[in-house]
Design a protein around this ligand. Structure first.
Ligand SMILES: Nc1ncnc2c1ncn2[C@@H]1O[C@H](COP(=O)(O)OP(=O)(O)OP(=O)(O)O)[C@@H](O)[C@H]1O
Ligand SMILES: [Mg+2]
Length: 380
């Protein structure tokens, strides 16, 4: 029986032969930030764990941003406590896997993609966890045509992203780990503790090569998070991602991301949207925290999460409106409908919460008259 090696890399991009990477709607992090990664690699003289593209210090700099000794500027990808990033990066250099935990929209997926891009130069070795994720998605499957014509062999085996990461000493990613049924999750125990993936049909195994590790994300609002078995949980170092600590930090995150998304969607640049961005962030934070910024007025919180990610969507949608139907400047009327859509998830109870906030807080606030009017017009 011949033993074909397990292909180590991520999926081949079918479109790359015919479509220029510039036309791709959302290139992978390692493509979008290829220049920054190359600049970091060029001036990175610190020790690198085996098969890492960069040292842990350079990976942290890629994520948090900074200026290199040769003057190259690295943009921040993650805005948050430095220690969190340092713990996440160093975990990947140990024998424990990394579990990013947090409420929706706290950049778990975003951080996981950028970590994989910086450490392994490949963020595509990804398993998307759902209630229907089968064991094959984590272990391996079979190409049935080959299986029938040639019998069980390495050629007939379809390696999962996790298996390919093991064979290539790269970073594998599992999204929404706690949505995966418990027995399928437990497939990871052998992989993470023994660092091997047995293939009983062939009497073989794939042993993880140095450099292999795994990043999982889980949403702690999802039912089922507690169902992560303790045996599996022990294989992970858990890092909890917080909501942005201050309004300034959140405005900074939203501004940066909206700029990037706007550029990739080819939206005309907004002349000056920061006042409106600040307003969206203020509304979201006050409703989320249940109290106004000045700490004086209690407000009720709606049922939705009102995450930073949703603030980013509201502003991006507003920019598109301003660009196509307005004068290109982000105005209250461009974000009002988006805010309403994000806040009012439950048509009955959330509408009451929003009305009350609008009348008691927004209406009374200095300089918010135009915003109040726009929100009223948006269909309360
Ligand atoms: N602290 C932060 N730094 C940088 N970007 C952030 C931060 N918080 C949120 N974002 C942005 O929010 C968006 C959504 O993040 P992401 O999808 O990774 O959230 P998530 O935690 O995976 O949410 P979910 O639980 O819904 O899957 C991304 O565009 C990301 O850039
Ligand atoms: Mg996510």
């Amino acid at each position: 029986m011949t033993t074909a090696p397990i292909a180590a890399g991520g999926p081949r991009t079918v479109s790359s032969e015919t479509v220029s990477s510039d036309a791709v709607l959302r290139p992978h992090a390692e493509v979008t930030f290829a220049d920054e990664l190359a600049a970091l690699a060029a001036c990175d003289d610190r020790p690198r764990p085996e098969r890492w593209r960069l040292s842990p210090w350079a990976v942290a700099t890629y994520l948090l941003g900074g200026t290199l000794s040769d003057g190259a500027v690295i943009t921040p990808k993650y805005v948050g406590p430095r220690r969190i990033v340092e713990v996440a990066v160093t975990t990947l250099a140990t024998d424990r896997a990394l579990l990013l935990l947090g409420v929706p929209g706290t950049a778990k997926t975003w951080l996981s993609e950028h970590l994989a891009a910086a450490v392994s130069g490949d963020s595509t070795l990804l398993v998307q966890g759902t209630a229907g994720t089968p064991e094959e998605a984590i272990r391996y499957g079979w190409d049935y045509a080959r299986l029938l014509s040639r019998g069980p062999s390495r050629e007939a085996l379809v390696a999962s992203p996790v298996m390919r990461a093991m064979a290539g000493g790269a970073t594998a990613r599992v999204e929404e780990l706690t949505r995966i049924p418990a027995d399928v999750q437990d497939t990871l125990i052998t992989i993470l503790s023994e660092k091997t993936l047995p293939i009983p049909e062939l009497g073989e195994e794939v042993q993880a090569v140095r450099g292999f590790n795994l990043i999982a994300t889980a949403n702690d609002r999802d039912r089922g998070v507690n169902e992560l078995s303790s045996a599996l949980r022990r294989r992970f170092n858990t890092v909890v991602l917080p909501l942005p600590a201050t309004a300034e930090a959140e405005v900074d995150i939203v501004t940066r991301r909206v700029e990037q998304i706007g550029a990739s969607l080819r939206l005309p640049a907004a002349a000056d949207g920061v006042a409106e961005i600040r307003r969206v962030v203020t509304v979201f934070r006050e409703l989320r925290d249940g109290i106004t910024e000045d700490g004086r007025t209690k407000v009720k919180s709606p049922s939705g999460t009102l995450s930073t990610a949703e603030a980013i969507s509201v502003v991006t949608g507003g920019l598109a409106l301003a660009a196509h139907f307005g004068d290109g400047v982000l105005r209250p009327g461009d974000v009002a409908a988006g805010i309403l859509g994000a806040v009012v998830r439950d048509p009955a109870s959330d509408r009451v919460v929003w009305q009350e906030y609008l009348e008691t807080v927004v209406r009374e606030r200095d300089g918010w008259k135009d915003f109040y009017r726009a929100c009223r017009e948006a269909g309360v």
